[in-house]
Design a protein around this ligand. Sequence first.
Ligand SMILES: Nc1nc2c(c(=O)[nH]1)N[C@H]1C(S)=C(S)[C@@H](COP(=O)(O)OP(=O)(O)OC[C@H]3O[C@@H](n4cnc5c(=O)[nH]c(N)nc54)[C@H](O)[C@@H]3O)O[C@H]1N2
Ligand SMILES: Nc1nc2c(c(=O)[nH]1)N[C@H]1C(S)=C(S)[C@@H](COP(=O)(O)OP(=O)(O)OC[C@H]3O[C@@H](n4cnc5c(=O)[nH]c(N)nc54)[C@H](O)[C@@H]3O)O[C@H]1N2
Ligand SMILES: [Mo]
Length: 761
Amino acid sequence: MAGKPPASDPVQDAPEVSAPQHSAVGLPAITHALKISQQQMGVRRTALTLLRVNQKNGFDCPGCAWPEGDKRHAAEFCENGAKAVAEEATLRRVTPDFFAAHPVADLATRSGYWLGQQGRLTHPMYLAEGAERYEPVTWDRAFDLVAEELTALDSPDEAVFYTSGRTSNEAAFLYQLFAREFGTNNLPDCSNMCHESSGSALTDTLGVGKGSVLLEDLYKADLIIVAGQNPGTNHPRMLTALEKAKAGGAKIISINPLPEAGLERFKNPQTPRGLAGGGTALTDLFLQVRLGGDQALFRALNRRILETDGALDEDFLREHTHGFEEFAALARAGEDADDTLRATGLTHDEIERALAMVLASERTIVCWAMGLTQHKHSVPTIQEVVNFLLLRGNIGRPGAGVCPVRGHSNVQGDRTMGIFERPAPAFLDALEEEFGFAPPREHGYDVVRAIRALRDGHAKVFFAMGGNFVSATPDTDVTEAAVRRARLTVHVSTKLNRSHAVTGARALILPTLGRTERDRQASGDQFVTVEDSMGMVHASRGRLEPAGPRLLSEPAIVARLARRVLGEGSNTPWEAFEQDYAAIRDRIARVIPGFEDFNAKVAHPGGFALPHAPRDSRSFPTATGKANFTAAPVEYPTAPEGRLLLQTLRSHDQYNTTIYGLDDRYRGIKNGRRVVLVSPDDAGRLGFADGAYVDLVSEWTDGSERRAPGFRVVHYPTARGCAAAYYPETNVLVPLDHTADTSNTPASKSVVVRLEAAREG
Ligand SMILES: Nc1nc2c(c(=O)[nH]1)N[C@H]1C(S)=C(S)[C@@H](COP(=O)(O)OP(=O)(O)OC[C@H]3O[C@@H](n4cnc5c(=O)[nH]c(N)nc54)[C@H](O)[C@@H]3O)O[C@H]1N2
Ligand SMILES: Nc1nc2c(c(=O)[nH]1)N[C@H]1C(S)=C(S)[C@@H](COP(=O)(O)OP(=O)(O)OC[C@H]3O[C@@H](n4cnc5c(=O)[nH]c(N)nc54)[C@H](O)[C@@H]3O)O[C@H]1N2
Ligand SMILES: [Mo]
C-alpha cells in the first residue's frame, strides 16, 4: 500500500549539512526513487508504471525535455523522471471532503510541499465570491461560470491564458486557437521565464529559435561545453549521452559558479562500472565563473580565436554569415583583460586552457540552460555563444551547434503549436486561412506583463493550463496581490498547489488527466504528441486508469469550453476534435510547417524530426538571409561592497514548484530548503559562520527592499561574490521589473542581496 500524506504540514526546516558529493546517480539514485515511488504508488504500481516511461508504446516522461533517442527495450533509469512519474501516478487523492475540511485560508498557510503531497485532484471545484471553501461543481456549471466572466469583459484582452510546459501539442493547438477565436494573443507561458532569452537570441542570429543539434550530434562532437546547467538533477538522462560522447573521444568543459556533482562524475546505473565502480569522469575543465560572467568569458575566447592564425572558418564566414567585420573590430578592440577577469572571476591560465581545447576541436557544441537565460544581459550572452560557434563554422555540420536544453517536457512543442504572445504573421495567416476567422494581430502579454496587467486592473480573468503561476513567477507579494484582484482565476491542474489558494474573487479548479493515464474519447483510446528539446516529435500514450472518473483530458476541456464560450460564432469542429485527436493533428498538419502528413509520420515509433534550416542546409531565415554576428558591449552584474549576487535555483528533490522532498543529496543538504550557499571567504568577510541564520534582503535600484527570512548559511564552494538559494522560496526577492533585456525573462539568477543576522522569528 502507498503511504498516507502527512496530516500536518511537516515543513520544519532543519537543514543538516554535509560535504557536497563529487559524483551523481549510482545505486543511491535508484534507492531514493524507489522509496518516493513506493510511498506514492505502492510496490506493484511502481514496477508497472516505471517500466513504461519513454517506451515505444508508453508515455513520454513528464520530467524534462531531454530527447529519448531510439526507443529502448529496457527502461533507461532516471531518478528524477521516476519521481515526476510517482508525483502524477500517486494513489493519494484530493476529494471534495478534503476541500470541506480545508478552507482556502487554511490552504494559503500550507507549504507547497504539503499541498503537493495531498495527491491528485478528482473533482471540478468552485470557490464562489466571498465563500470560504471550494465546493464541487459539475463540468457544465464550471464552463458556464468561465463563459459568464469571459463574455462580461469589455475586451477579450482583459483575459489571460497561461500555459505551463506539459501540455500536449494537441491540447496546446486547441488552446491557442480558442484564445485567438475569442480574440486575444494574451498567451503567456512558462517559456517566458525559462528559455525566452534563447529563443530571442537564436531567432535574431540563426533565424530559428530552437537548438540546432540532434542527439547523435553529441556523439560526433570533439568538444561539448555545458554552461549554466545542472543536468545531474534537471536532465539526468543527459549524463548518459555525455558519457557516450566521452567514450567517443569528446572533451567536456563545464562553466558554472557551482561544482555540480553530476558534471564531475557519472555513475551510470545501467552499467556494472557505474553501479559498483568509480563511474566516468565527465568534466575535463571546470571554469568556475562568477554569476553572469559568461558573456565576458565567451568574448575573451572569441578575441583569442580572432588573434590565432588559421583559427577561423573563412569559407563559412564568407558564405554564410553577416556582420563579421563589425564584430571582429569590437572584439579586437575589446575590454582590457582585467575586465574579463573581474567579470568572470577566472584566471588567464584557465581561459588559455579553455582556448586550447576550443582550438583543438573541429566540432563543438554548446549546451546551456537557466544559468545563461535568467540574467539581465542573457540575450547578448547567448548571442556571444552564437558568435563563438560561427567563428569556427560550428553551425550546420555534424557534431556541432547550439543546444539550449529545454525544461518542461513539451515546452518547445507548445511554442511550435502557437502558444506565444507575439505570434508570427505567417502563423496567424495560416490560422485565418484554415479556420476562417480573423485572429487578433496585436501582441499579447507575456508573464511579466500579465502580472502588471492584473495588478493594474487591465486583466480580469486569469486562466491557467497547468503550472503554478503565483509560485513560479517573481516578486511573490506583488504577484499574489495582482492575482487576487482578478474577477476569476481558473486552473486546469493535476495536483494541488499554491495558485489554488491565491485566487481572484471567484475561482475554479478543473482536474485533468496526466501523461500516464489512459485517455478514452468517443472514437476510442487517444494518444497525444510532444516535441523534445531537439525538435523530435513523437507519440505519448497513457496506460494507467485515470485518477478519478470525473477527470477530463486537456483537449476535452478546451473543446468544451470553446463550444460554450464561442457558440454559434465559431466554425471550428470542436466536438469532432474532442472525439478524435487525429482530427486535430490533420489541422496542425495544414497550419504548421514541418507537420505535413502528421498522422502518418507520428506512427513511426521514434517519431520524426522537425525541419531546422540552419542544421539541415546551412540556410538562415533571418532578416539578412545569413547567420548574424552580434556586436554587443560586454555587460556583467556587480554587487556593491558587502553584498552578494544571489542565484535562485533547483534542489535535487523538486520539480520547479513541486517539492518531492527536503533533500539536495548531491550538494550535501538534508531535511531543509531554507539554506543559502555562500563561499567560506565571503561568509567570513561578512561575519557569518556556517550554520548561522540570516534573512536575505534584496536591494533594488529604486531603493526598495524585499526580505526572505530565516536561511541557514552553508559554507559552500561557489564562486566568490555569489550565493545560491532555492526557488520558489526566494522568488519573493526578485523584483517584477528585474528582467532580461529583449526577452523580458525574470533575471532570477542575479539578484543583489545582503545577508542580515536573522530577526527573531
Ligand atoms: N528534477 C527536475 N528536473 C527539471 C526541473 C526541476 O525543477 N527538477 N525543471 C525543469 C525546467 S522547467 C528547467 S528550465 C530545467 C532547468 O535546468 P537548470 O538550468 O539546470 O536548472 P537550475 O537549477 O536553475 O540550474 C541552473 C544551473 O546554472 C548554474 N548557473 C546559475 N547562474 C549561472 C551563470 O551566471 N553562469 C553559469 N555559467 N552558470 C550559472 C547554476 O549553478 C546551476 O548549475 O530543468 C527541467 N528539469
Ligand atoms: N526564482 C526562480 N523562478 C523561476 C525559475 C527559477 O529558476 N528561479 N524557473 C522558471 C522556469 S524555468 C519555469 S519553466 C517556471 C515553471 O513554472 P510552471 O510551469 O508554472 O510551474 P510548475 O511548478 O512546473 O507547475 C506545477 C503544477 O503543474 C500542474 N501540472 C502538472 N502536470 C500537469 C499536466 O499534465 N496538466 C496540467 N494541466 N497540469 C499539470 C500541477 O498542478 C503542478 O502543481 O518557473 C520559473 N520560475
Ligand atoms: Mo523551465
